[in-house]
Ligand binder design. Structure first.
Ligand code: SF4
Length: 444
């Protein structure tokens, strides 16, 4: 198959993990000679990396697919990601979808295109019906048989690089479908991560974000630990900045907190899923900690790493979350010294244990609870930003795609402790870490 005449566009929905995987798929096709074009341009192939964390994410995926098929009727449409793994059959029956690859095969797009090319009755380009006979089989897999780990990382499309170090999850929280989409917990070796990190910084990337499904579970099937990995990465002088994308509270040890606090390379930034401040609801969710353990982690961070940004995930309206349970959550987050809440309305997920829990919270009440938590988050973020006004902190200014450089009046980036800073545009700033005096103007 002559890949060199092909143009491919890539669209990613969902998490940092998906972005790192799309970037790896893109490079595998670029290595074959396929040109990358923007999703707004004409393309012969569209690769859509989907998300299935909520029903809204799935709906967005279907809407996007219909839009692409409508605007690019001749394009060859490939769907990968969690939605492709969980609902491959449904997707393969969608009009215009040509290839659906689940968790095991998502990195084999080029191989599948070559396979399809060998079919006598087709022409991949131009999307003739005949083309997809072979490909219109759903290529999902038994995710729980997956043991291999596919390392992936994003570069060439952003200033900061998402480095996937872990995949899958063994926790089976009652509301979550991710273990069914990505399989059991597995991870890279420290050697593999170090090699990838060196490769990334060779491409002038200044910041690496360690990502995974249950990132702190790194090394689960080996003698290597997450802290071992952090220490090994800390020795790579070429890496300017590293962030931990998120970590479960029960895996965030005091050793990890004090390590980050002392490290020059690891940024003072913690993203920790709480999900609920009620022990009754945490039990219903099958989470592996109590509100007391969570509070201890926050107290330790504030004690040993006082400038740290602390982002906290919380779900509102989980089945069984009575008004008094919600009040417990409210009371807890109001009294925690944290920087921001990421608030998610509980989403009913097919095949999850949560569906057996009594006490459904009405849409209206769920919406009210989300709004209450979001307003608390706004005031917490505001006071966190205000704390650092008048201080000078180092900001990594993010580059933009060539085309918009001309139009740009301002440029933004993040401080070490994740404060967003925006200043008048200057090309010299892109992808550079510079000290900035933080003012109300540049941080609002
Ligand atoms: S820890 Fe729980 S919520 Fe997070 S991915 Fe695993 S099962 Fe899902």
């Amino acid at each position: 198959m002559d890949f060199t005449n092909l143009r491919a566009a890539y669209i990613t929905l969902g998490c940092k993990l998906n972005y790192s995987e799309t970037s790896t798929i893109r490079r595998s096709l670029e290595d074959k000679g396929v040109a990358t074009v923007d999703e707004k341009e004409e393309a012969d192939i569209f690769i859509i990396n989907t998300c299935s964390v909520t029903d809204v994410a799935e709906r967005k995926g279907r809407q996007l697919l219909r839009k692409i098929v409508k605007h690019h009727p001749d394009a060859f449409v490939v769907v990968v990601g969690c939605y492709a793994q969980l609902h491959a059959k449904e997707l393969v029956e969608m009009e215009g979808v040509d290839l659906v690859l689940g968790a095991k095969d998502k990195f084999k797009v080029a191989q599948y295109l070559e396979e399809i090319d060998k079919q006598p009755t087709h022409d991949v380009i131009g999307g003739t019906i005949g083309a997809a006979i072979q490909s219109r089989q759903p290529h999902s897999c038994d995710v729980f048989s997956l043991s291999d780990f596919d390392l992936s990382c994003s570069f060439g499309d952003r200033t900061r690089s998402f480095l996937k170090i872990q995949d899958g999850c063994d926790y089976f929280c009652s509301y979550c479908t991710i273990p069914f989409a990505r399989g059991r917990s597995r991870s890279a070796t420290i050697r593999q991560v170090l090699d990838a990190a060196k490769e990334i910084v060779r491409r002038d990337v200044k910041e690496i974000i360690l990502t995974g499904v249950n990132t702190g579970d790194f090394g689960r099937n080996s003698s290597e630990t997450f802290l071992d990995l952090l220490r090994a990465l800390d020795d790579i002088e070429e890496v300017a900045r590293i962030r931990i994308s998120s970590i479960e509270p029960n895996l965030l040890t005091d050793d990890i907190i004090s390590f980050v606090a002392k490290s020059e390379r690891f940024m003072p930034h913690f993203h920790i899923p709480l999900q609920s401040g009620s022990n009754k609801v945490l039990k219903l969710m099958k989470r592996r900690y109590t509100r007391e353990l969570f509070t201890d982690k926050i107290t330790t961070i504030n004690a040993v790493c006082p400038d740290a940004f602390i982002g906290v995930d919380i779900i509102a309206g989980m089945r069984g979350e009575t008004t008094s349970c919600f009040d417990d959550s409210l009371h807890l987050v109001e009294n925690l010294t944290i920087s921001q809440l990421h608030v998610f309305p509980y989403s009913e997920r097919q095949g999850t244990e949560a569906l057996e829990i009594k006490g459904v919270v009405s849409q209206a009440e769920k919406h009210r609870r989300v709004e209450v938590l979001r307003s608390i988050s706004e005031s917490k973020l505001k006071s966190f930003y205000q704390r650092f006004e008048g201080q000078t902190r180092h900001v990594l200014f993010e580059g933009t795609s060539e085309s918009s450089k001309q139009k740009q009046a301002t440029i933004s980036g993040f401080t070490d402790n994740y404060i967003r800073v925006t200043v008048p545009y200057s090309l010299e700033l892109t992808n550079h870490i510079v000290p900035v005096l933080l003012t109300k103007e540049c941080t609002s």
